[in-house]
Design a protein around this ligand. Structure first.
Ligand code: COI
Length: 365
């Protein structure tokens, strides 16, 4: 499965690095997912050779056979993690091992080869070392790293591919939502599901996200930034948003979040919030939460805050929740107090502004 000796990355530096002025301009206001660094990582895999040919190469288009399984049967997985520049100029990544292990679980579900976690970590570090000047230092900015794996065997039969490739690209990032950290509205989709029981909901695979795009368009039509999906069996219980997990805060300070039923992504940010809230003495309950319970709680005031979380979204307050037959929340409601204070604590750790009691940060440079 894996090559015995550790792989050494062969580095080919780009002869077309972005010029300093343009890069600085991008880093001052990076947006999300629109600009990419000068290099990328690539590692190949075949059933015969295992993982081989690890390299850092100039960023650029892939050449892919049109019969590759990823293009037909969506045999693909990805991850998302961030590198942060601290005040002293050093560069750190947040809980990267969690992403590496989750990618192995996703690989198993999508019948792709698991990438050893040390190779995952080394791939992230190798790219940051070459593109370190792309890690921004403006407030609330970071370098978003996007590892992904595709099946690229030239074969149209439906079976696990015998050939795959792993890549890492990186993109300087500001806030995920164009309006910044301001509260967002979310749309409850009661027609479409994101994931079925026994399906791929817990895996980070592209198919889960493409399934969310049509309801996402519906959400946009209702002035909502994200879709909240319900369970596919009963259409009753909250699952997750298109690309984020969900938390509710009760008036008594208890945090509620949908339990990991197998169709919800095991968010690294979700897990970190649970830990930070428990550290503060909050009760955190992971269980099934029905749509009715949430709506009643928001109407009665028993639920006082709601927020979305994920690597890209960090912690984003939710203002209004809308569906075909209901709207709860006020158009000008401010962000929740606990929401913002947990956000502050998490980002303080990530940017090195406060102690890191759980040793989540890993120094790269
Ligand atoms: C992330 O938070 O890293 C994701 O993959 C979600 C996506 C909406 C950007």
């Amino acid at each position: 499965m894996n090559s015995a000796a550790p792989l050494v990355f062969d580095i080919t530096e780009s002869t077309h690095r972005q010029n300093d002025d343009l890069r600085q301009k991008i880093l001052a206001n990076p947006g999300f997912g629109v600009n990419f660094t000068d290099h990328m990582v690539a590692i190949d895999w075949t059933a015969q050779q295992g993982w081989h040919d690890a390299r850092v190469q100039p960023y650029g288009p892939l050449q892919i056979d049109p019969a590759s399984s990823v293009l037909h049967y969506a045999q693909e997985i990805f991850e998302g993690l961030k590198a942060y520049r601290h005040a002293d100029g050093s560069i750190w990544i947040f809980r990267p091992l969690e992403n590496g292990l989750r990618m192995q679980r996703s690989a198993e579900r999508l019948a792709l080869p698991p990438l050893p976690e040390d190779l995952f970590l080394e791939s992230i570090k190798a790219l940051i070392r070459v593109d370190d000047m792309w890690v921004p230092s403006a407030p609330e900015t970071s370098l978003y790293l996007r590892p992904f794996m595709i099946a690229n065997e030239r074969f149209l039969g439906v079976r696990a591919a015998q050939r795959a490739a792993y890549y890492v690209i990186a993109s300087p990032a500001g806030a995920y939502f164009p309006q910044g950290v301001a509260p967002v509205n979310i749309w409850v989709s009661q027609e479409h599901s994101r994931a079925a029981r026994g399906g791929t909901g817990a895996a980070k695979c592209g198919g889960n996200y493409s399934a969310s795009l049509l309801p996402q368009q519906e959400a946009s039509r209702h002035d909502c930034s994200q879709v909240l999906f319900l369970d596919s069996q009963e259409g009753k219980y909250l699952e997750e948003l298109g690309g984020m997990n969900l938390f509710l805060v009760k008036r008594d300070g208890t945090l509620l979040t949908p339990s990991l039923t197998g169709s919800i992504l095991e968010g690294v940010t979700r897990d970190s919030i649970i830990t930070l809230a428990k550290d503060r003495g909050h009760e955190v309950v992971e269980r099934k939460i029905s749509l009715d319970e949430m709506l009643e709680g928001l109407r009665s005031g028993d639920i006082s805050e709601a927020f979305a979380c994920g690597t890209a979204a960090v912690i984003t307050p939710i203002r209004m929740i809308k569906g075909e037959s209901f709207t709860v929340g006020e158009p000008n409601a401010p962000a929740g107090e606990l929401t913002m204070s947990l956000r502050q604590e998490l980002t303080d750790i990530q940017y090195g502004r406060r102690a890191d009691p759980h040793h989540w940060m890993m120094k790269v440079l």
